[in-house]
Design a protein around this ligand. Structure first.
Ligand code: URP
Ligand code: ZN
Ligand code: ZN
Ligand code: ZN
Length: 510
């Protein structure tokens, strides 16, 4: 990295506050391969005041512009993680990463925006929103919110309108599992789907049959299986497949788009494939853990090691991971999240006598971009443009913030990463940026390294070092009626028109 103006030796230091006036607001990325979901090209990218100003070869700039040489490297939109849980109260504790540590970790791994799940306070949406806006005051990068719906009444229904029309939320998550806490029943799901449709908001589901999970857990405890392996055994893929199919059918009945979060099994993936083939608007989100790991860890003799892999739906047996990878590369599943929901080993120890008490969740916000590059692109399973689509662009499109996010185009936010395909990464709890003392990808090595992260037009990560400012993260409002809603009303009109031909019945004499 250098300055565009030549100065006496030692005068223009590389960095923000250099004597030469090198501006953090003006950056030229030179000679890299710029990748968008629709094309890749060798070009320069010029950034000013947080916005991409120009993308073309041989851009000439004025004085004191930060020059980054990206020759031989990929210049891509920063990752957008559609699924995280920062500072979430859950299962008797609070996730260990807050909006500072979680986002710092994200930036170090090439993710420049995430969408977190607001959990209502005692079912109250407005209180939940306020609480999360407070938590996010220390944000260091851009973020948006989904909101969970955990109960149903007139107030919740009205508050959904408020969230969409005043607060920039365009998606609501319904938990079909976690009986006794977050779980909702079909009646509520149906109400929620209808309300989402009327608001142009995307309905999201955590698809597992919560009643059957509770039965499965009891079965394991009765058998004396109390360790982390009991977690996987108690909630098999069939329960994920059942709930996925049920949610898909209810969304079909309502005729509204559905987003299935953390697709972990072949069973769920095949339900999504079937529905999409039949023309239904269903989005499937696999997460890094489901694409990379298998459940053998849950049988590890060391409790702390085994417990860190407990998440729901569970990480599945080997084979599900490869099938999910194939589904992602062929477009059956559309985008990748992490479900970053990190706990440290002391928190995981809450379930050392009973797997039902192990806080559910794994890390991933820092690792996703590297893992997906290595597993999908480096292996030859996925093109570089598709990598951008599944890690960034599709998320921006689904949640209606494209092309401000998810693209390197004139006028887009300057959230950009530079990835060196010839460098390597290694994952370790000792060097990661999460506050957790463990990492489910401990020791994983791979090819392709994010060397520079630019967020809001500022270099926030380079040479292995983070430069972040608490409070600099912005809340990104996401407007309703994204592309998934295009034409929905036409299909409704056609359906209702088909019902409108009254049948003339004659009264029978008898
Ligand atoms: O185990 C998980 N997935 N924890 C986070 C909550 C959720 O279900 O997304
Ligand atoms: Zn200078
Ligand atoms: Zn979930
Ligand atoms: Zn989650």
């Amino acid at each position: 990295i250098s300055c565009s103006t030549s100065e006496p030796q030692g005068f223009c230091a590389v960095g923000y506050e250099s004597d030469c006036g090198l501006s953090s607001e003006k950056i030229l990325i030179k000679g890299g391969t710029v990748v968008n979901a629709h094309r890749k090209e060798v070009a320069d990218v010029y950034i000013e005041d947080g916005i991409v100003v120009s993308v073309r070869p041989n851009i000439k700039v004025g004085d004191h512009v930060k020059i980054i040489d990206a020759t031989g490297k990929y210049v891509m939109p920063g990752g957008i993680d559609p699924h995280t849980h920062l500072e979430m109260e859950f299962m008797g504790t609070v996730t260990i990463d807050d909006f500072f540590t979680g986002q710092a970790a994200a930036l170090a791994g090439g993710t420049t925006m995430h969408i977190d799940f607001v959990i209502p306070v005692n079912g109250n949406l407005s209180a939940g929103f306020e609480s999360y806006m407070n938590k996010a005051k220390k944000a260091v990068m851009d973020y948006g919110f989904h909101m969970a719906i955990t109960k149903w009444d007139e107030g919740v229904s009205k508050d959904m309108e408020l969230m969409v029309n005043e607060h920039g939320i365009n998606s609501f998550k319904f938990f079909m599992a976690y009986k006794g806490s977050l779980m909702i029943r079909d009646e509520l799901l149906l109400q929620g789907l209808q309300k989402c449709k009327s608001l142009g908001a995307i309905a999201m589901v955590h698809a597992e049959n919560g009643d059957a999970v509770a039965e499965g857990q009891k079965r394991m405890i009765d058998l004396g299986i109390t360790g982390p392996e009991g977690h996987a055994l108690s909630r098999p893929p069939v329960l994920e497949g059942e709930a996925t199919a049920r949610a898909i059918r209810l969304a079909n009945f309502v005729n509204t788009p559905l987003y299935v979060v953390h697709v972990m099994s072949i069973d769920a993936m095949e339900e999504i494939a079937k529905a999409r083939k039949a023309g239904q608007r269903v989005i499937g989100e696999p997460v890094a853990s489901g694409l990379i790991l298998d459940d053998s860890w849950l049988w590890h003799p060391d409790y702390t090691t085994a417990a860190k892999y407990v998440m729901s739906p569970p990480i599945r047996t080997s084979g599900h991971d490869k099938a999910l990878q194939a589904a992602l590369s062929t477009g059956v599943l559309q985008l990748v999240g992490t479900d970053h929901c990190a706990f440290n080993s002391t928190q995981k120890a809450l379930g050392s006598e009973d797997f039902r008490k192990i806080p559910n969740g794994v890390n991933g916000i820092e690792e996703r971009m590297h893992l997906i590059w290595d597993k999908m692109v480096e292996s030859g399973q996925m093109t570089v443009t598709d990598y951008v689509r599944v890690t960034s662009t599709e998320c921006a499109k689904v949640f209606n913030i494209y092309p401000r996010k998810g693209a390197i185009l004139e006028g887009s936010d300057a959230d950009i990463i530079i990835l060196n395909p010839n460098a390597s990464f290694k994952i370790a709890a000792a060097s990661h940026h999460s506050r957790s003392d463990t990492n489910v990808y401990e020791g994983t090595k791979g090819k392709g390294k994010v060397e520079v992260t630019i967020s809001q037009g500022r270099v926030v990560y380079e040479d292995g070092k983070l430069k972040v400012t608490p409070g600099s993260g912005r809340y990104i409002r996401m407007p309703p009626f994204g592309y998934l809603f295009d034409g929905i009303e036409k299909a409704d009109a056609a359906y209702f028109a088909s019902l409108n031909a009254p049948i003339q019945r004659t009264k029978s004499a008898a």
